[in-house]
Every structure is written in C-alpha cells, then in structure tokens.
Design a protein around this ligand. Structure first.
Ligand code: G6P
Ligand code: ZN
Length: 561
C-alpha cells in the first residue's frame, strides 16, 4: 500500500556541509518538512540505482530521531529501496555509518544528527546523506537534492509499515507492489565498527598500556551523545580501561542540556577533571562521534592541527599504516601548516582543501591521501570516509604505547623537530547575516586589491608584510570540480596567516564569522609561550582590517579556541 501524498515545496532545504540542519521545531511543526526532504534525498538517487539497493540509517540519539526513522522506513519502502540497515534503537555514530556503508556496499546512508549542536525540542535537528564511498555527499549531489526540494509536489509513503527498532535482526515486509519484498535489518550499533578497529590497531598493545603495571589512567567523556556505547564496549570491555574511565556514557535525547561539542569551552568538565593530574589522557566526543578533543595530563591541550601532524609523523606505530604505507596527507585550508612540515619531512604530497570532510573523499578514493585532519576537531584516515573520534583516541593511545611517552612529551618532541605552529580561532556567533555578508565582501575587495600585496603592517616591534592574499579556491585534482569562495586568506612573508570565513554549519539563527591566526616558530626555546601573546599582533591586524567590532557591535568573539 504505497500512498502518494500531495505536498508543497520549501525553499530553504539546501543542505550545508553537515547536511540539512535546522531548529528541531522546524522539522516538528512545519507541515511535511521532514517528508519533503527525505523525498528529495531519495529522488536524487536514480530509480534504477534505488531499486533493490541498501541504505544505512543511524542517529546520534537526539530528540526526534525515532520519529524521523519511522518516516524514513515508510518512505524508503515506498520509493523502492530494497533494504535498510538500521542501528539498534536507531543508534549509530557517524564513523560507524561510514564504516557499514563501505562494508556492505550500500548505496548510501542517512544520518540523523546536528553534530555538535545542542539537541532537544529547543535545540537543533539535522539530516545528513552520505554516499556510496561512505562519505558526505559532494556538492553536485547536494545541489541535486536542493533542486528537487524546490519543486517537490508529492512524496511516496507506506503509512502502515511499522518496525521495532529494539529487535535485532531481520524484519521482512511484503508490500504487494512492484518493489517487493522490503527488508529491514536492525544491527548492533558497535560490532561492525569494532571489528574494523581490530584490523587497524594492535589491541594488545593498547590493552597493555591501559591495564599493565604502569597503567595509564584515562578519562573519556561521551558528552551524553552517541559515543557512550562505543566507549564502554571498545575502551572498557575490549581494551580494559576501568569502567570509571568513561563518563556521560548514556545517550540522552537532549545531551543533558549541554552542548555536545568537544572543545575547551563546552567540554569544560573534562578539562576540570584533567587538571587534577590523576589522568594521563583525556578525550571528549561530539554528539555523533566524528569529532574529538585530545588532552594530556594536567589538561595539556592538543590542538587538532597538531593532533593530525603528530599522527602523520608516527604512523609507524600502527599496523594499518605499516601495512598500507602512507600515501599523501591532507588538511583543510584553515588548519595549521604543521601537517605541511610533516609532509615535507616524509616527502609526501600535501593537499590543501576547503573546510568540509567531503573534499577528502576523492583524494582517498583515488589513492592520493591516507591521513587527513581539520582544525574543527576532526582527524581521520582512509579506513572510512568520515572523521573518526574514537579512531583518533586509539591512534593516540597506540602512539603512547609504542613511544612510552606522555601526550605532552610527544607533542613537545614533535615541535622540537619540526617547529611549532601557534594557532588560534576567534568565533563571532549569531551575527546578522547581512552584516556578515557585507563585512566579508568589503574585506575581500580590500585584500584582493592590487595594492594590498605591497602592504606592511607594524604592530609593536613586529612588521608583517603581505605576501599573498586571496579568496581561497580549490580545484579537485581528481575530477576537476572547482570550489570557489572558500575563505579569505592573507599570507605574510614569514609564513604567518590570517584567515576569515563564514561558518557553513551554524544551523540556528544568524551567521558565524571565524577568524584564524597562525604563526610559525622554529626555535625550541620559544615553544613555551602563551598563544594569545604570540598571536596578539596578528589578531590586532585582523580586527583592524575587518573592522569587525564596529560592524557587528561586538566587543569580542563568543568563543576563542
Ligand atoms: C562540518 C564538517 C567538517 C567541517 C566543519 C566546518 O563539521 O563535517 O568537515 O570542518 O563542518 O564547520 P564550519 O562551521 O567552520 O563551517
Ligand atoms: Zn560531528
């Protein structure tokens, strides 16, 4: 019994880099808002590819996920999808979805998450569509979905179809129509992903580190998101970390009212508990488990830009890389150039992509890149096509086990060898979109003017000469696709950088402007300085040329990382 229901299109269903992300109330109360978008996603796949195919479905457990999964099941059946593989109780982390898509050769996956944004009736909800390589959809696919959504007039649904998300195993449905039969499989949320990790890491080595005589004490904060079950099963049950190493491990629909965002501001309770010095390693994840923050003893902060560089320099500690070798490295443009130094030392190609994990997909699919990372707390490799929080934790634990050093020692050694990139990011959230747009437009006009590259800025004793300034553009080396307008970039003659970009993921109200400052210090004597002091002059230049405080009426950023 397939029904075709009439509907009217919405004009605001253009997915961003993290999928379609809106206030939960938009999905809950706007008529057919969810159905329209799901139909647009399904229609964007050719009917020929859709028929009899498999799609993976998972959520980070946030409020409204169960309702959405029910609708997705009914609509997938009505649209000719042959099989859905769904996480137990609807739960799957983003890396697990990517892993399962690849493993079972699904045509894609639907992930219900708004990543690190808050959840609940007053929070955010989101729908992300990943493609057959396990990664986020390309801009072409995204555009197709958006175009369908703008003219949609009806959607197909089997309204009577009911499934039980708590029952593991197969549920078959004979739909008495042209697309039969339809099958749903409820799978363990952790199993397939855990098996993949077993093949990547030396579990015994990590277990030795966490349980041996000189046991490393760790503290892992799942932030009430999807990672709880993964942390307990993998870190505690499999790798032997004591049960009390894992906190906030019960997924809550509203994440306990907190921001499930692993940074120094929102993971403050982890930072506090690390300060006591009892734990030698700490990590927190975002709601869907692709992002993670790494801390050492006494809350020593590992910047994500350093984290990926340290990983790249130490892949010999990990069986997967010993076996597969290390091809190229990649980072997003605002991520510090620490990774470039590793690439140079190892004589590997380094790719600089726009922000957004989707850009790494082609590089990995074509064998150009094995390891990559972003400043936005994401690191990953070609084992899947998403950034992977728990994989990052196991990378660090493997490196610690093999080098027998603390987090801080590993990072400081790395700086001593290759130099330190000081970095910081200022976020101005909730800016009036028009103000943000004109600010960026005027700044672009200023920095791309011919006279700008001969400019010198003097701040205190420092003089910075502009070497290059542009609006970052990326040409995909695999398929030649061009991505324009990916952030304003000023590079100074000493290698320092200033970057301005509009966030693509601010689901709620207003725009977010991000300013990134970076400078490089080779001299190990100068590696212990205060970041804000080192970058103060660059930030002063950024504030001056953008005039951001006058234009936005703010006196400072909302978050500093
Ligand atoms: C998502 C993507 C990341 C990307 C980030 C940028 O989280 O998965 O790959 O780095 O968005 O976010 P922003 O808010 O800075 O646009
Ligand atoms: Zn996320």
């Amino acid at each position: 019994p397939v029904r075709h229901e009439r509907t009217s299109p919405y004009d605001d269903q253009r997915p961003g880099p993290g999928g379609l992300r809106k206030k939960t109330s938009v999905f809950e109360s706007k008529r057919n808002y969810l159905q329209n978008y799901i139909q647009s996603v399904l229609s964007s796949i050719d009917l020929r590819d859709r028929q009899g195919s498999t799609v993976v479905v998972g959520s980070d457990g946030r409020y409204f996920s169960r309702t959405a999964i029910e609708v997705i099941v009914q609509m997938a059946a009505a649209n000719g999808i042959g099989r859905l593989v769904i996480g137990h109780n609807g739960i799957l982390s983003t890396p697990a979805v990517s892993c399962i898509i690849r493993k079972i050769k699904a045509i894609g996956g639907i992930i219900l998450t708004a990543s690190h944004n808050p959840g609940g009736p007053g929070g955010d909800f989101g729908i992300k569509f990943n493609v057959a390589n396990g990664g986020p959809s390309s801009d072409t696919v995204t555009e197709k979905i958006y175009q369908v959504s703008r003219t949609l007039e009806e959607y197909a649904i089997c309204p009577d179809l009911r499934i039980d998300l708590s029952r593991l195993g197969r549920q078959d449905f004979d739909l008495e129509n042209k697309f039969k039969p339809f099958r749903v499989e409820i799978v363990d949320s952790v199993e397939v992903y855990l098996n993949m990790l077993r093949g990547i890491f030396d579990f015994n080595a990590i277990k030795g580190l966490l349980t041996g005589p000189e046991q490393l004490k760790i503290r892992i904060d799942a932030m009430n998101g999807v990672m709880g079950p993964y942390v307990r099963r993998i870190l505690c049950d499999e790798l032997g970390a004591p049960a009390n190493s894992a906190v906030n491990c019960v997924p809550l629909e509203d994440f306990g009212g907190q921001y499930p965002d692993p940074n120094l501001t929102y993971a403050a309770s982890l930072v506090e508990s690390m300060k006591g010095g009892d734990f030698g390693f700490g990590a927190a994840f975002d709601a869907d488990g692709d992002r993670c923050m790494i801390l050492g003893q006494n809350a020593f902060f590992v910047h994500p830009s350093d984290s990926v560089a340290v990983m790249a320099a130490n892949t010999s500690c990990i069986p997967y890389f010993r076996q597969m070798g290390l091809r190229g490295l990649a980072r997003s443009m605002p991520t510090s150039t620490a990774l470039d130094k590793v690439a140079k030392a190892l004589k590997l190609a380094l790719y600089e992509t726009p922000s957004g994990w989707r850009f790494f997909g082609n590089l990995m699919d074509s064998g150009r890149c094995s390891l990559c990372g972003e400043e936005s707390f994401g690191t990953g490799s070609d084992h899947i096509r998403e950034k992977d929080g728990l994989w990052s934790v196991l990378m660090w634990l493997s490196i610690m086990a093999s080098r027998k050093q603390s987090v801080e020692e590993i990072v400081k050694d790395h700086w001593a060898k290759l130099g330190r990139n000081y970095v910081c990011r200022f976020d101005y959230e909730g800016i009036e979109p028009k103000v943000a747009f004109y600010l960026m437009r005027d700044l672009e006009a200023m920095i791309t003017d011919k006279t700008f590259t001969s400019q010198k800025f003097a701040v205190g004793n420092n003089v910075y000469s502009v070497e290059k300034a542009d609006n970052f553009e990326y040409i995909d080396p695999v398929d030649g696709t061009v991505a324009r307008n990916q952030g304003l970039r000023i590079i100074f003659s000493d290698g320092s950088r200033l970057i301005f970009r509009l966030s693509g993921t601010s689901g709620g109200v207003g725009a977010t402007i991000r300013i990134y400052a970076e400078s490089y210090e080779r001299d190990p004597e100068k590696h212990g300085r205060e970041t804000q002091a080192v970058l103060g002059p660059l930030i002063a230049i950024a504030l001056k040329i953008s005039n951001i405080h006058e234009r936005t009426g703010r006196r400072g950023p909302s978050v500093i990382t």
